[in-house]
Design a protein. Structure first.
Ligand SMILES: *Cc1c(COP(=O)(O)O)cnc(C)c1O
Length: 361
């Protein structure tokens, strides 16, 4: 058999998604979905979609969504691009701003899709390790510049640690970077409101910042595949008018995306519930002698010493056997930890019950 794949595609390894079981009864605390369903307002819009309206192409620019998102974030529609999941935005950033074969930069460890997208683009990945406290090193920007990187990714709040980088630090980095800083804010909605985090004003101060948002986590719509970018018009425009698929957002998505963003009250109720449960889980783990990092996301990275229930990997398997999925990463800094999504109070209590039994065995 001949192979027609490009050389880099043939040699690369694809993305490994988290397990997505078919059975509904599994308690799914492995891929950081919102545990609450989307609101009635979104269900209503869905039920009112007339199939006949699918005969026509949708708005190529997701016009209405861009307007609604711009209003929400106090920016202009030109500062917004709607994408098929945040993942499409990541791909567009590479396609639009990185010469094929030129390196991209990531804070390490972080989202494992970045290296996959880089491999597709035939670009090497330059990694700057986070400190032992999961913080960006002081010379993050200098290191990226020395590598000649033109696109750097920072997840904030960070995954998988949940650590939040303050806006002042992001400002310093953007100022120093020769290239674009992508702030991947997939988990931004779960930041404690007390933290007063707002990075969006940076897009008016810098020409090299793009912020990623998604409806997958905060808005309970991972199944819809809806993300968006916020950035200076000069960065949004080439993605919007040149590199994205001409009709990247289908009509149903556009309507539901608008409805979801417009119902802030409903979304905020779920964020608060998740924050409350996150606090409870930190205390519960603590009482069991397990430490977790202070998280501003909807998950906790919990350290599992080897003497506790056989260690992280064994405990992952125990949870799985009992119908609870969590995330185990077989990587240097992570293999003694589990990343556990914050679920509903009932889901979390079920997990704790299994944990207590496993510890006492
Ligand atoms: C979930 C996630 C995204 C985007 O996911 P989509 O479902 O494609 O919107 C981006 N970055 C990180 C770190 C994520 O966890």
């Amino acid at each position: 058999m001949r192979s027609f794949e490009r050389k880099n595609i043939k040699s690369m390894v694809g993305y490994t998604p988290g397990e997505q079981p078919e059975v509904e009864s599994v308690i799914k605390l492995n891929t950081n979905e919102n545990p609450y369903p989307p609101p009635q307002s979104v269900a209503d819009v869905l039920s009112q979609i007339d199939v006949a309206s699918l005969r026509r192409y949708p708005s190529p620019s997701a016009r209405q969504f861009r307007k609604v998102a711009a209003k929400l974030h106090h920016v202009k529609p030109e500062n917004i691009i709607a994408t098929n999941g945040g993942d499409e935005l990541l791909r567009l950033l590479l396609t639009t701003f990185v010469e094929v074969g030129s390196p991209i930069g990531v804070a390490d460890p972080s989202y494992s899709l970045y290296p996959v997208l880089a491999a597709i683009h035939d670009s090497p990945v330059r990694r700057v390790s986070l400190t032992s406290d999961w913080e960006l090193p002081d010379d993050f920007a200098e290191q990226m510049n020395a590598f000649g990187v033109k696109l750097s990714f920072v997840v904030n709040p960070h995954a998988p640690s949940g650590k939040l980088v303050p806006v002042t630090r992001l400002t310093e980095i953007a100022q120093k970077l020769d290239g674009i800083l992508v702030i991947d804010e997939a988990y931004v909605d779960f930041i404690d409101p007390d933290q007063d985090y707002n990075s969006i004003k940076l897009i008016n101060q810098f020409d090299n910042i793009v912020i990623l948002r998604t409806l997958s986590k905060g808005y309970s719509l991972a199944g819809l595949r809806f993300g968006y970018g916020i950035g200076p018009a000069r960065l949004i425009e080439p993605m919007q008018n040149k590199t994205k698929d001409s009709y990247n957002m289908d009509l149903i998505s556009q309507k539901l995306g608008v409805a979801a963003l417009q119902d802030q009250a409903a979304a905020k109720r779920t964020w608060q519930a998740v924050c409350d449960e996150r606090s409870r889980m930190v205390l519960e783990f603590d009482q069991l002698g397990l430490t977790s990092l202070p998280s501003q996301a909807n998950f906790l990275l919990v350290e599992i010493p080897s003497e506790c229930a056989g260690g992280a990997e064994a405990l992952y398997q125990t949870f799985k056997n009992e119908g609870v999925l969590v995330r185990f990463f077989n990587e240097e800094r992570l293999k003694n930890k589990l990343r556990i999504t914050v679920g509903t109070p009932q889901e979390n209590s079920a997990l704790l019950q299994i944990l207590k039994t496993a510890i006492n065995k």
